[in-house]
Design a protein around this ligand. Structure first.
Ligand SMILES: [Mg+2]
Length: 380
């Protein structure tokens, strides 16, 4: 039965965010499959004039038309290119590839978050394109009325985002973050799904276990091997069994399968580290290029942290060299810092040993550099 203690949580998720921004800004490509993540210069003419992807990046976002060709996020860009060519050969429209203007997406995200934030003091940004808010019903108001109100709030958020940014989002409403998140993903794009507490189990039971956040492909495979495909089947597994299979994490799966989640909606809760990476077009050992990249990454990370009013104590350098060998080196500062100069100096100090015998006796070329800060402190 309904209780005054039932919560009302909204999860707002922009639909195909990066691709949607590019579609909006390039009306000529409206209705075309759009893929963000490719470096356009990575697509070069091969002999006989055909175009071949030589880039090594991955897809950040594909719009819904591109998804119909089988393109999806995290796919190698060369694979996406191939699927697009196949789609085109079957009479579809050609794909439009964008390298991705992450500064622009950051600005759009800030605008959207500012809109969402006005609807509740309990706000939590969970990613560049998603956020939670919690509405606080007063104890005298029946929950049914509150859910109606929440639906109105959701519609109003969708309307405001569309009006001010021309972007579309999907919203899920549930008694906690877990259910709200699954609900926002239920109908996309432009969806609005309300799951009241008494309908949670009915909503979750037919879903594939993979829909539960935190269950990745690896756990999914283990479930599949045991013939567990849906949440309903997962619920038949005892807590002890899940703990035996997954350790402490099994407990989380047990409660998630029952739609239970008591994490609060609050700001900065999720931000544990902030980082940026750069993959070189060609593996390089050019000190000048590497140092320039560290400077660029430091500037980007400093800007990201400033935007969130965060300072940091730990700075970590990530280096991937030829043959996909990845190493990280970190330094923790005596006090929290926020300046680009500090990031740059420490990043450089961590990089230098890889330019000589100390860390790189064979002078292996470098494929990727990354800079990440953690041990974060909010100074707002
Ligand atoms: Mg999204």
């Amino acid at each position: 039965m309904e209780k005054a203690s039932d919560r009302v949580v909204l999860h707002i998720d922009l639909d195909a965010f990066f691709a949607a921004v590019e579609e909006r800004d390039h009306p000529a490509f409206r209705g075309f499959p759009v893929v963000v993540g490719a470096d356009p210069k990575a697509v070069r003419a091969a002999p006989r004039g055909e175009l071949r992807p030589t880039g090594r990046g991955v897809v950040s976002t594909a719009n819904y038309a591109a998804r119909k060709y089988g393109v999806h996020s995290a796919q190698p860009i060369s694979k996406a290119w191939q699927l697009c060519k196949e789609g085109e050969a079957k009479g579809g429209k050609p794909c439009i590839f964008f390298e991705g203007n992450f500064e622009k997406y950051g600005r759009e995200s800030t605008k959207v978050m500012a809109i969402i934030r006005t609807y509740s003091e309990n706000f939590e940004q969970a990613g560049i394109d998603e956020a939670y808010i919690e509405l606080n019903p007063n104890d005298q108001t029946p929950m049914t009325k509150w859910r109606k109100k929440a639906t109105q709030v959701a519609k109003e958020i969708k309307r405001q985002i569309k009006q001010q940014t021309k972007l579309i989002c999907s919203i899920g409403i549930g008694p906690n973050k877990l259910v709200a998140k699954i609900a926002s993903d239920f109908k996309k794009p432009d969806g609005l799904t309300v799951v009241p507490p008494e309908k949670v189990q009915e909503f979750l039971d037919p879903m594939p276990v993979l829909k539960i956040p935190g269950i990745g492909p690896k756990a999914n495979l283990l479930f599949e091997k045991r013939g567990i495909r849906t949440v309903a089947a997962l619920r038949k597994i005892s807590r002890d069994n899940l703990i035996a299979w997954f350790g402490k994490w099994g407990e989380g799966i047990y409660t998630a399968a029952r739609g239970k989640d008591n994490r609060p909606v609050r700001e900065f809760h999720e931000t544990k580290s902030i980082g940026r990476e750069h993959t070189f077009d060609e593996d390089t050992f050019d000190a000048q290029e590497l140092i320039a990249t560290i400077k660029k990454l430091a500037a980007m990370v400093a800007r990201d942290t400033k935007e969130e009013n965060i300072s940091f104590r730990t700075i970590e350098l990530k280096i991937r060299s030829e043959g996909f060998i990845t190493k990280t080196r970190a330094k923790t500062l005596p006090q929290a810092e926020k300046s680009t100069a500090v990031l740059e100096r420490v990043g450089m100090a961590l990089l230098l040993p890889f330019l000589d015998r100390r860390e790189n006796p064979q002078h292996k070329k470098i494929r990727l550099l990354g800079l990440r800060v953690s041990n974060l402190v909010s100074y707002k």
